[in-house]
Design a protein around this ligand. Structure first.
Ligand code: UT7
Length: 325
């Protein structure tokens, strides 16, 4: 049976210039390189400069993804931008990227699912492309997450960083089998009862301020491993494949221990897991497309391979997307 598939035509990423090591952070906060590395695997993070906005990081990642795909902004029908740190409460930061790219048609909007945002964005864009909304879509994950941090709270401020990544999706006919290139399956979940484990204590409605990240780390850790392992199994089964078929896991990068525990729970070899948390820290919605770009550029992810991207974040939200590259 002939079907329409959304194929990843190219990817790109961008990191701000400011690199901050754990040792530098330890001069500002009561922490140490040893604690951060042992508990999280993080060694450094990139922080956006004053006045450097999510839209600016998103634009640079998008330009690099469009160049890699050989697609021009005028060929785009859709921009879906996953972010928790929009430039303004409204309009959507995606529309700022649309204007900067010189794209004057189609639709652009933001998706808010915190660290799961990029997987949600892929799911939304894939569904819209397959139902005739257009031929080419840009899906971006971009954050200046450092703006949400309480720099007096050592339990959260050492964990996060800023950055952006993007992919260009294009439609292509497939046979409706697992040999097709493109997105083969997506599975999204949320459970709003777990709000208090990870949230921001502000917002336009509640306080009129942006607020700061508050997290019950151990609670999040426990759910992250169970939920991500579960949704990986679900998405692989949905496509009619098995875990043994998977070439690469590209997880949301929150904590090396979460990545290791999830892979171990599923019996997936550690060398199949793309890990960038040591270099980027947790960049929320940007972490998966940043990691993807690293593994594509260094030649690990190759055409024809099966890649699972999965994430979990505040809400809770979680999800996974299975792609044949
Ligand atoms: O993107 C999705 C959302 N985020 C996550 O997935 C994060 C999930 N959670 C985690 O990654 C881990 O729970 C953390 C890295 C946040 C914390 O690791 P942990 O092993 O669960 O440590 P803990 O919270 O139990 O804290 C252990 C100790 C505490 O001291 P006491 O009470 O044992 O004396 C903390 O006060 O470590 C202390 N601590 C720190 N010490 C030095 C907490 N943060 C720091 C710090 N530096 N930055």
């Amino acid at each position: 049976m002939s079907v329409v598939r959304s194929v990843i035509r190219g990817c790109g990423s961008y990191l701000p210039a400011g690199v901050v090591s754990n040792a530098e952070l330890a001069k500002r906060v009561d922490t140490s390189d040893e604690w951060i590395v042992e508990r999280t695997g993080i060694r450094q993070r990139y922080l956006a400069g004053d006045g450097e906005l999510t839209s600016a990081l998103a634009l640079k990642a998008s330009q690099s993804a469009l160049a890699a795909a050989g697609v021009s902004p005028s060929d785009l029908d859709l921009i879906v931008l996953a972010t928790t740190t929009p430039d303004e409460t409204f309009p959507a930061t995606a529309t700022a990227v649309q204007a900067s790219l010189g794209m004057t048609r189609g639709a652009a909007f933001d998706v808010q699912a915190v660290c799961s945002g990029f997987v949600y964005g892929l799911g939304v864009a894939d569904a819209l492309l397959r139902t005739g909304q257009g031929t080419n879509a840009l899906v971006i994950g971009a954050e200046v997450f450092s703006r949400l941090l309480d720099w007096n709270d050592r339990t959260t401020c050492v964990l996060f960083g800023d950055g952006a990544g993007a992919v260009v999706l294009g439609t292509q006919p497939g046979q409706g089998t697992t040999n097709d290139r493109g997105i083969l399956a997506t599975k999204l979940h949320s459970d709003g009862r777990l709000h208090d484990a990870l949230y921001v204590d502000g917002g336009p409605g509640k306080t009129g301020t942006t607020g700061h990240v508050r997290m019950q780390g151990k609670e999040v850790f426990k759910h992250a491993v169970v939920n991500m392992a579960g949704v990986i199994e679900e998405v692989v089964a949905l496509a009619g494949l098995t875990l043994q078929d998977i070439d690469w896991l590209v997880p949301h990068q929150a904590n090396k221990r979460i990545l290791d525990s999830t892979a171990k729970k599923l019996g997936i070899k550690p060398e199949k897991v793309v890990t960038t948390v040591d270099q980027h820290a947790n960049t929320s919605a940007a972490s998966i497309p940043l990691a993807l770009d690293v593994a594509v550029k260094d030649g690990r992810i190759r055409p024809g391979q099966l890649v699972v991207m999965e994430a979990m974040g505040g809400g809770f939200t979680w999800g996974a997307c299975l792609v044949r590259w």
